[in-house]
Design a protein around this ligand. Structure first.
Ligand code: SAH
Ligand code: SF4
Length: 380
């Protein structure tokens, strides 16, 4: 599929960061992960069929087997001509990863660890809540932003996921659903900074939105970002009406830099970019604030945040920090969280308090992988 590869403009190098930047883990990663059919659109599937001497209507059939019937081998696609199946088996791949670990929390949250063919692994989580089932998926192996409270960034970034590897997580989660269950929402809140991997992110969204793919409307898809410079405008330009969540965490730059060491836009720019996103897409932006005891939850912080966001029809999600193994930071008291909310509300800002689900299975991104790596290093 060389003709497609050139159009895809995909890269496994984390964009926005120079390869080999000390500590980001990208140096020398060199080898490209294989591309699977999971990242093909309907048009590409049809083109491939025609180029291989088969009628184009087999394209949608193959897509149905992959995205609806969730098969992992061409041999299972029993309504395809044998010659086509053999051709597919000889030339293409569907899956590039295996579920190597699964955990389930008392609240029904399920977490999978997926290892790709190059040995790198990421996490994805299924979160059932009332009438929704949300899939939380990763976009990178590790993360270069290295937020001080986050398990994903502890070792920097190893590489970007391909669009197929992103889609693969959704398929792996779908295989865990009961017969009447359906993924209703998708959040890019797993490992990695989605906007350091924009082209693969956008391609995966194209596939996940499509009626022949996961059939999730863009309105049910949330992209969460720490706001690397120039990246929210790039998402805005793409014109995909996803829901944007900006991880703000602090109302001013010096405090924000302490929490988020990686390069991100100044707070004033992030708010301006979010307003532009809202103007262009009509979609209300959410600001995420992870509250960490002794760092960012004083009344003054809440007051400054309220002043900055006043008059912008947004939502602030307050998330008491989920403790991370090896990180000596803690969530604040409930009264501090409630006081933060009250202060924001006094500025007319809408606020929700969110508890991260699945604590017992280390649902804060990056933790299951971290534990598995530690176990492996220790011979486990
Ligand atoms: N890199 C993106 C998306 C992945 S992180 C981003 O930062 O937005 C998804 C969300 O989880 C972010 O809002 C992040 O701040 C939050 N998060 C990460 N670790 C956390 C922890 N230990 N406790 C609470 N929230 C956490
Ligand atoms: Fe990366 Fe997001 Fe974790 Fe920060 S919170 S290290 S940006 S994954």
């Amino acid at each position: 599929m060389r003709h497609l590869d050139s159009e895809r403009m995909q890269s496994s190098e984390p964009d926005g960061f120079e390869a080999g930047r000390p500590g980001d883990g990208a140096a020398g990663s060199g080898r490209e992960p294989p591309r699977s059919m999971l990242e093909w659109t309907k048009e590409e599937m049809e083109q491939w069929c025609v180029a291989s001497g088969f009628p184009p209507f087999h394209g949608p059939q193959i897509l149905r087997w992959i995205h609806e019937r969730l098969v992992t081998s061409f041999g299972e696609m029993t309504d395809l001509p044998t010659a086509l199946r053999e051709r597919l088996e000889g030339e293409e791949i569907i899956s590039t990863g295996d579920v190597i670990r699964e955990e389930r929390a008392a609240d029904s949250t399920r977490k999978l660890l997926i290892r790709y063919v190059d040995g790198q692994s990421v996490e994805c989580v299924l979160i059932p809540e009332a009438s929704r089932i949300t899939a939380c998926i990763s976009t990178q192996v590790g993360c270069a932003v290295r937020c001080v409270f986050c398990a994903s960034g502890l070792e920097g970034v190893k590489r970007n996921l391909t669009a197929g590897e992103i889609v693969e997580q959704v398929l792996a989660l779908k295989r865990k659903l009961g017969p009447k269950e359906k993924i209703t929402n998708l959040v890019f809140m797993g490992m990695g900074e989605p906007l350091h991997n924009v082209s693969n992110l956008l391609r995966s969204i194209e596939i996940l939105r499509a009626p022949w793919g996961a059939n999730l409307g863009a309105r049910r898809i949330t992209v969460s970002t720490s706001g690397p410079p120039g990246r929210i405008p790039r998402l805005t330009e793409a014109g995909v009406p996803v829901h944007l969540a900006v991880s703000l965490h602090a109302p001013y730059d010096d405090l924000r830099r302490k929490l988020i060491p990686g390069k991100t836009s100044p707070v004033a720019d992030l708010i301006a970019e979010s307003k532009e996103f809202f103007r262009k897409t009509g979609r209300r932006v959410t600001f995420e604030v992870a509250l960490i005891d002794g760092l960012n939850c004083e009344r003054d912080h809440a007051r400054s945040m309220g002043k900055r966001l006043k008059g912008f029809p947004c939502l602030v999600n307050l998330i008491p920090m989920n403790p991370v193994e090896g990180v000596a930071l803690r969530p604040p008291s409930t009264s501090a969280v409630l006081a933060y909310r009250k202060e924001l509300e006094s500025h007319g800002v809408e606020v929700a308090i969110r508890m991260r689900k699945g604590d017992k299975i280390a649902a804060a991104c990056g933790q299951l992988r971290m534990r598995t790596d530690v176990a492996r290093q220790g011979g486990g």
